[in-house]
Design a binder for this molecule. Structure first.
Ligand SMILES: *[C@@H]1O[C@H](CO)[C@@H](O)[C@H](O)[C@H]1NC(C)=O
Ligand SMILES: *[C@@H]1O[C@H](CO)[C@@H](O)[C@H](O)[C@H]1NC(C)=O
Ligand SMILES: *[C@@H]1O[C@H](CO)[C@@H](O)[C@H](O)[C@H]1NC(C)=O
Ligand SMILES: *[C@@H]1O[C@H](CO)[C@@H](O)[C@H](O)[C@H]1NC(C)=O
Ligand SMILES: *[C@@H]1O[C@H](CO)[C@@H](O)[C@H](O)[C@H]1NC(C)=O
Length: 374
């Protein structure tokens, strides 16, 4: 028997057909893998109870293999067959599990404030909402927004609470990243990427849930600032890199034994221009656990230098009030919070002059006084 195979001649038309077929095949492949990533990993923003449980199961599974030292599993959400930047970016934002925050691209915020907050630090978030986070405490007419960035813990009931808190206050996002200190960089990277994607701002202020922010002064500072690539705060120099222990950074990961200068994470400001440049360069897979140092490192590689600025009071355990301060940290005593707020409001004309308070420079912390008395 004779088999005749007819090979079509490579006319221009046939070449074009083959070309179209190959292009179609590539398109379908990309579409398939793209959707696979979407379907498998992107979690609904508005949680119902059943998909909430599914999400919990997945994050617990990730956490348990993480504890066995299998770091690659944290990046499971990021592993993709089609390794394009677009998909990587989508996946970063998909670490945000709960996001009920109002967004309007037409609104220009003078400052978007991202507060890293442990999910269990409920009372700190409430204290902020009642004190410096309450807009009626300040005179500014400029727009700003405060967002608490929380992570994941194993206790389901706590996670249900944060969903309720997010629904009630619309100022919390919940990430699928475990609340371990060595994952703080990932929290900040996701929060910054989410902010860049969703908001139009003149500046971002990154702070912690034990930070006090004088909003009037911060907003004046941002409005008066002329430096486009700004990175302002309290600059730390010569911070030592961990070369052993659990949070080791090898020479490959960071050559020098000290970190380059960076702004302390109790509160620093990135101008819009700096944020737009820095955020796309942040690598979710970084092994640098110190989020502040990591942001500083990326900033420097882009030529964005941290600037030591007046009024960023870090390590202010004495709870000292200085006129025109912008940020004070750490505030672990509710009365210190009230003290700074009162003093700020007397200075911005919202409260009457108080001769008693006028004399007082520090909040007199009972615990501290006792410590020095002993
Ligand atoms: C979640 O995990 C539990 C046990 O760990 C299992 O019984 C349940 O079926 C899982 N739920 C879903 C939706 O995967
Ligand atoms: C680590 O986790 C990944 C993703 O979950 C998995 O494919 C791999 O088998 C794990 N490796 C080990 C050594 O457990
Ligand atoms: C904010 O301040 C106003 C005016 O004092 C008060 O009515 C409101 O309850 C405060 N909000 C919070 C969350 O404390
Ligand atoms: C921030 O930068 C982006 C990108 O350059 C720009 O589109 C946006 O208008 C800027 N926003 C503000 C408030 O300056
Ligand atoms: C982070 O550490 C892991 C495990 O030690 C290593 O495989 C990976 O290459 C490191 N990542 C970077 C960006 O250096």
């Amino acid at each position: 028997m004779k088999i005749i195979i007819r090979i079509p001649r490579l006319t221009t038309t046939n070449k074009r057909r083959i070309g179209i077929a190959i292009a179609l095949l590539i398109a379908v492949t990309i579409y398939y893998y793209g959707n696979k990533v979407n379907n498998t990993y992107v979690i609904q923003k508005y949680l119902t109870f059943s998909n909430y449980i599914m999400w919990r199961n997945k994050t617990l599974e990730i956490k348990s293999s993480m504890e066995k030292g299998n770091l690659s599993s944290i990046y499971k959400l990021n592993i993709n067959s089609v390794n394009t930047n677009t998909i990587k970016k989508q996946n970063l934002i998909s670490h945000v599990n709960v996001d009920i925050i109002e967004k309007d691209h037409k609104v220009k915020y003078t400052v978007l404030i991202l507060i890293s907050s442990h999910v269990l630090h409920r009372s700190r978030r409430f204290r902020i909402r009642e004190t410096w986070g309450n807009s009626s405490m300040w005179t500014t007419k400029h727009k700003y927004k405060i967002v608490f960035v929380t992570g994941n813990v194993e206790d389901n009931s706590k996670m249900m609470e944060i969903v309720d808190e997010a629904k009630l206050w619309k100022d919390v996002i919940s990430l699928d990243i475990s609340e371990e200190f060595y994952l703080l960089s990932k929290k900040v990277i996701v929060a910054l990427s989410w902010a860049k994607e969703n908001f139009n701002f003149k500046a971002i202020l990154k702070g912690d849930d034990d930070t006090f922010i004088n909003l009037d002064n911060v907003i004046n500072f941002i409005n008066e600032n002329k430096i486009s690539d700004g990175y302002f705060g309290s600059v730390l120099k010569g911070q030592i890199v961990n070369r052993d222990g659990k949070y080791i950074l090898t020479q490959d990961e960071h050559k020098k034994n000290i970190f380059d200068p960076y702004c302390s994470g109790g509160g620093y400001i990135l101008t819009n221009s700096s944020a737009q440049k820095i955020i796309p360069m942040l690598d979710f897979e970084t092994n640098i656990t110190n989020d502040d140092a990591y942001v500083g490192k990326i900033a420097l590689t882009l030529g964005i230098v941290p600037t030591n600025s007046k009024g960023f009071h870090m390590r202010n355990t004495w709870c000292e009030y200085v006129k025109n301060f912008k940020v004070s940290h750490p505030i672990d005593d509710p009365d210190c919070n009230s003290f700074l707020l009162k003093k700020s409001r007397i200075d911005n004309g919202q409260l009457r002059y108080d001769p008693q308070l006028e004399k007082q420079k520090y909040y007199k912390n009972a615990a501290l006084l006792k410590y020095f008395a002993d």
